[in-house]
Design a protein around this ligand. Sequence first.
Ligand SMILES: O=C(O)CCC(=O)C(=O)O
Ligand SMILES: [Fe+2]
Length: 491
Amino acid sequence: DFYSSIATLTQLSQNELKLVSALRRFIVAQEKEEEDVEDYLRQFLRTTEDAFHLLRRWVEDWQKCFDIVVCPDCDMNGPKIDFNLTRGIVEKRLGGWPQKSDLDAAVSAIFRLWNFYQFDLHEFLHGKIFEFETAPFTPADVIYIANKAEETNNMYNSIQFLETLLDELKKGKFPNSHVNSTTLSRIIAAAYNRYDMPGKSVEILKECAKAEPGNKRLHNDFDYFKTRAASKSKLENVTAFDKADTEDNMTRDYENLCRGSLKSPKELSRLFLRKSYPDLLTTTKQGMIGSEDRISHTAWLRDQEYSELERLTLRIKLITGLETEFKKRYSNTEEYQILNYGVGGMYKPHVDPLSELSMFPAECKGSGDRIATVMFYLSHVMYGGATVFPNLKTRIPVQKGSAAFWYNLELNGEIDQRMLHAGCPVLVGSKWVSNKWIRENGQMFKRPCGLKKKSKEKRLERTFLDCWTFQPFVHSCALRLNFADGGFDVY
Ligand SMILES: O=C(O)CCC(=O)C(=O)O
Ligand SMILES: [Fe+2]
């Protein structure tokens, strides 16, 4: 899986440079021999950085280059052998070539981001998302993306992309397009027809049919859709393309919070940690989750691997008043979990307790469930990526060096459903976070349990969800907690 993290995309990008050099060497050698160089190969040597374009190049365009250069029945000369060798080395280094599924994931991410953040599609096609620049799309890219949407039964997205492209083509915003607006209108009309809306197909083609009386194909289509529309007994459901309005309140709150429309005073809290660990994923054991619920890469770090982590765990103990020691058995905490989300990466609403003993790591088998979560934000994200709590209507924006703390369990040990939370999709940037889950074991006198759910808590009762503010440059463990509601504590 190459898609779900910026770290792997960066790897692709770096390795691509090697391929580009080999291809350049090949072209130079061809030119020296005064042999023709295919236009495709020359044009190909442009680079862009976003996931969709990067993956499209790897999955489709590079393949085409290989087919041209390393054709099965042509002689393998020096530069050809060199190029082919480089391909083999790069493939080996990457542990496999990016697959169509990676590209599909990048396309799904485009839709997810557009649905979440509702950026302007017209601007997006020209490489603009809010104030950010990305690579512009060609009409062929947009048609490719729309086809993908249709393949996954998402006609709404498909039609929206195509109609936006048509608008832009008509405005002359794609001057060098190989697709003209009549061809695109026919594509859109056919899509409506597949969705059993031939009336819409007729409407789409009306204008070009008038303007191009001699266009036979167009008129064939037009007549066909007219006949179909006339034979349809009932009216077309023209609202069929409205965005499905089936979302429950929780999902709506989740999306609204991600857009930032429900602000919380907690946003004012900031925590500055002295150290972050941006490069650890590549040096320790790795895993990845590419499920529907979570799109990110994961690594785990034991406290003992870095002395900084041991100190950090001690800090958590001092702040929370909970037992945090990491032990081989009956551990009070889990290893540090490091997560990296790329563009489009996210984590759907969930609660952190695992409930099932079989999912517990060995050191926590007898440690009870995740009583509390401490989550550190290790990177800035340019847009998106907030952590949101739909039931509390609260969001914590990403702020490098800050951390959030919350209890997952009620005092009687039941899961506290208020703490349902989610990681919003990253729109621009790369999000790194780290979780330290604190277990029930050892907290007996630290957070005494009660028989009832709402038994009164002795301390930190205001802080079932907190963002921490570390004043920068405080000495190791003497830190100050700045509660969002104005409270102030010194440890
Ligand atoms: O990335 C986030 O903001 C949330 C992560 C999270 O909830 C988790 O890892 O359990
Ligand atoms: Fe979580």
